[in-house]
Design a protein around this ligand. Structure first.
Ligand code: GTQ
Length: 356
């Protein structure tokens, strides 16, 4: 109760409070007390921007390697938790991100779930992930998908530890109470297809004449090699106009639809040319960035205040919904990112504002 209110208002509040207390046992609550929070004038994310410096995270990943085997952990991952949502296993309200370590000789056993996953390779070469009977070798900068309800296992036949970024739609699927999962009968999937056969079928602007897409609503290409994306970005940097907000930015596609590789997550790769001083923008899809090459600075501004992140290779950072981002790079850099944009677009909710 507010002592500064006139007596009439105080009396009205007292009457209302009695009403609230009396109806509460019936699980009834007054909308007018919460309406402005339920229908905000603009997104008002509780998430805050955050940066994970790789040099600080890596020792803990290696320690996790000593503390538990990949098999015992099932997935040996350190979750990148949004500082404002600790304990909720999410980096934004809809998305999960984590860094997964697999040591030489280890296996992360096969399972499947309705949640979709992406892998973005951060360190080390020569581990594999198997999706639906086909293995693909992981190399830094490769983007690999694990479509909903496909069996997948990860293994490392190389002699170095391999670390990658996992991005999943776990919070989104949990919100919908729509998750199912199953453990496979064998730890490692039987390899039924030659490595690279999906890419040969779908990765060259061609597609099989009759075959149906075994990946359902997701892309039949489940591994997008970095060398291809890198080459495209460098060629465009040389030969085409550079966008004042994004630098040179491309989105990964499902070649059969032109849409995102998976129904719930969009993925992007961008190159900021040397000396890039980007304009500011905001978008309703909060984005998670993985720094591939080079360094730069991200300036983020919101109702939470201003943040400046100096990033270098293998660092990760998150820019929540409707918080203003401006990117700068003296040396030039390459950034991978992902968001829930396809969900927002399917629902007619996605908005972007590019500031002058
Ligand atoms: O590789 O299947 O980071 O199921 C979290 C949940 C990875 C995986 C994660 C998972 C996986």
């Amino acid at each position: 109760m507010n002592a500064a209110l006139p007596p009439d208002a105080v009396a009205a509040q007292a009457v209302r409070q009695v009403l609230y207390d009396d109806m509460s046992p019936l699980n009834l609550a007054p909308l007018w007390e919460v309406l402005h929070n339920l229908v905000p004038l603009q997104p008002n994310s509780p998430c805050v921007p955050a940066l994970w410096k790789y040099e600080q995270v890596r020792p803990f990943l290696l320690r996790a390697g000593d503390a538990i085997t990949a098999e015992e952990a099932v997935r040996r991952v350190l979750i990148l938790e949004n500082p404002a949502l600790r304990g909720k296993s999410c980096i934004t309200q809809s998305l999960y991100a984590g860094l997964q370590l697999i040591r030489p000789g280890e296996v992360a056993p096969a399972h499947r779930h309705t949640q979709s996953a992406l892998r973005f390779i951060v360190e080390g070469s020569g581990a594999y992930t198997a999706v639906d009977g086909e293995r693909t070798t992981m190399r830094p900068g490769d983007f690999i998908t694990t479509p909903s309800w496909t069996f997948h296992d990860h293994g490392n036949d190389a002699d170095v530890p391999v670390i990658w970024l996992d991005g999943l739609d776990l919070p989104l699927v949990a919100h919908l109470d729509a998750g199912f999962a199953e453990t496979a009968s064998a730890k490692t999937q039987f390899v039924s297809k030659a490595e690279g056969s999906s890419f040969a079928r779908y990765g060259h602007n061609m597609a099989p004449v009759r075959e149906a897409n075994a990946m359902g609503r997701s892309s039949p290409i489940f591994s997008y090699p970095y060398e291809r994306s890198r080459e495209a970005l460098h060629q465009l940097e040389r030969d085409a106009p550079v966008d004042a907000w994004d630098g040179v930015k491309l989105r990964y596609i499902n070649p059969l639809t032109g849409g995102s590789p998976m129904p719930t997550m969009a993925t992007f790769m961008q190159r900021l040319p040397a000396g890039f001083d980007g304009k500011a923008y905001r978008q309703t899809d909060g984005a998670i960035f993985s720094v591939v090459e080079g360094s730069g600075t991200a300036y983020i501004e919101s109702h939470h205040g201003k943040q400046t992140f100096a990033f270098s290779p293998r660092d990760h950072f998150v820019v929540p919904s409707w918080q203003t981002l401006r990117l700068e790079s003296n040396s030039g850099c390459v950034l991978f990112s992902f968001s829930d944009r396809p969900v927002q677009q399917a629902l007619g909710l996605h908005r972007e504002e590019r500031l002058a």
